[in-house]
Design a protein around this ligand. Structure first.
Ligand SMILES: *[C@@H]1O[C@H](CO)[C@@H](O)[C@H](O)[C@H]1NC(C)=O
Ligand SMILES: *[C@@H]1O[C@H](CO)[C@@H](O)[C@H](O)[C@H]1NC(C)=O
Length: 441
């Protein structure tokens, strides 16, 4: 009797990730003879090298175990010829048919075929950033891949044909908001559990000159005391430009204008790089009190963008003018310049008035009059703010005919400046009050 297999074919389905060393199945043949005649041993028949690397057959027990990794992607089916023979050599044949089942053991592969690594901001939506294709070696759902990107990004994915995809601009980019992106493309298959692959696309957004410089203030005002040294710096003006490189490089200038017939550029200048404004002259408050300037900040883009800002420069008065006495003047015509007072004048009689002006302004021009010296102390008084010289008491017979007063006029500057004048007053016995007129204003 020859051995007889229990089945003409053995069928088995196994997952490809079956661990090495696992028993697949046991084949069995029976032989009714006795002793050596009934002793059955098993072996592969016509064994190909591939099979002998993957499967091992125990010749005594008929156990078939897995020797190597079954890779569905390599081969999904094995047809193994086996035979059984007894001691004297009678044989039987059978087949073991192994079906390898796919498991989701391959992550999708992403191949970027074309890539733009930098793109101008303001490129229109629809501009292509990258082309890539995806491949998954698994089969069925395990090999079905979908791609995604985070949805807060201004990009979108589009499937073109086959496994090709495109990454496109979806919303206009603004470099001043985000200057570079690291876009994660996630390719996920539909296996259980799914496998996914992340691919990073880094994209740099290239600046265009889309922002003019902007001044830190809506307008500027500055003050400079008159008599400033030439070249004194007045203030620093700054404009910011959020663009980059040359598009953000700001150049300052002053608009051409004239002041009192002279070009503005002869009074002030601005450092085109730093925005520091300088006085080119020593200003005289008595000549002009303020300057209205227009400052332009222009970037170095192509074409350049610019902004204007107004600057008001006020010259501050300093006490640089001495009071000037207009009356009484030092006679130039040879006259005596003498004031007359009737001896009969009542106390408080207006003798004369010292008149002075000061070219400065404010406190620097506010004048006070004081009697500095008198030949007859107590006879005359001077109005502190009016400069009026009046009799302080009635004139007496013993009062001299010729009185001399020194009046000082002082402004309220810091420090104050002053001028003095000497008055000569003649006391007259025969001049009636009403003939005496003074109109010194
Ligand atoms: C992009 O982001 C990923 C994940 O955060 C990181 O591993 C990768 O280094 C980044 N690439 C670049 C160019 O920054
Ligand atoms: C700035 O002022 C100049 C001179 O007045 C003018 O020509 C220019 O248009 C102004 N620029 C802007 C941005 O307003």
């Amino acid at each position: 009797n020859a051995p007889v297999f229990t089945q003409p074919e053995y069928h088995i389905s196994v997952k490809e990730n079956l661990p090495v060393g696992t028993r697949l199945l046991t084949i069995k043949a029976t032989d009714p003879d006795e002793g050596v005649n009934g002793e059955v041993t098993y072996s592969f028949r016509n064994v190909r090298e591939k099979i002998s690397q993957l499967f091992q057959l125990n010749s005594l027990t008929g156990d078939i175990t897995v020797l190597g990794e079954l890779d569905y992607e390599d081969s999904g089916f094995y047809d193994v010829d086996v035979e059984a023979h007894d001691g004297p050599g009678l044989r039987a044949r059978s087949k073991v048919l192994v079906t390898v089942l796919d498991v989701n053991d391959n992550a999708p592969e992403v191949t970027v075929t074309s890539l733009t690594s930098s793109i101008q901001e303001a490129s229109s939506p629809g501009t292509v950033i990258a082309l890539f294709n995806v491949h998954d070696s698994d089969s069925g759902e395990n090999g079905l891949v979908t791609c995604s990107i985070p949805d807060n990004l201004p990009f979108r994915l589009e499937k073109t044909y086959g496994n090709y995809h495109r990454l496109l601009i979806h919303r206009t980019l603004d470099r001043e908001e985000v200057s570079d992106y690291n876009i994660t493309i996630t390719a996920t298959d539909q296996g259980t559990p799914p496998l996914s692959t992340e691919t990073y696309i880094s994209l740099q957004v290239v600046d265009i000159n889309d922002n003019p410089p902007t001044f830190t203030h809506a307008s500027y005002s500055a003050y400079i005391p008159e008599n400033n040294p030439r070249g004194a710096s007045i203030l620093s003006i700054t404009a910011q430009d959020p663009d980059s490189g040359e598009n953000a490089q700001v150049i300052y200038s002053l608009s051409e204008d004239t002041i009192q017939g002279a070009p503005m550029s002869s009074y002030v200048s601005i450092n085109s790089n730093t925005g520091v404004l300088y006085a080119l002259r020593s200003f005289d408050y008595e000549q002009f009190q303020d300057l209205k300037l227009l400052v332009t900040a222009r970037d170095s883009g192509t074409p350049p963008l610019s902004s204007n800002v107004s600057l008001s420069l006020s010259v501050l008065d300093q006490n640089d003018n001495t009071p000037e006495i207009l009356y009484p003047t030092i006679p130039t015509d040879g006259s005596t310049g003498v004031e007359l007072t009737p001896r009969s004048a009542d106390p408080g009689y207006l003798v004369t008035k010292v008149v002075a002006v000061d070219k400065d302004s404010g406190q620097n021009a506010w004048l006070s009059y004081r009697l500095l010296k008198a030949s007859e102390p107590g006879l005359f008084s001077v109005g502190l703010h009016t400069g009026e010289v009046r009799t302080a008491r009635a004139l007496l017979d013993r009062d001299a005919l010729k009185q001399s007063l020194v009046v000082t006029v002082q402004d309220h500057g810091q420090p104050p400046l002053s001028a003095t004048v000497t008055l000569t007053i003649a006391v007259s016995d025969n001049i009636p009050d009403h003939h005496h007129h003074h109109h010194h204003h």
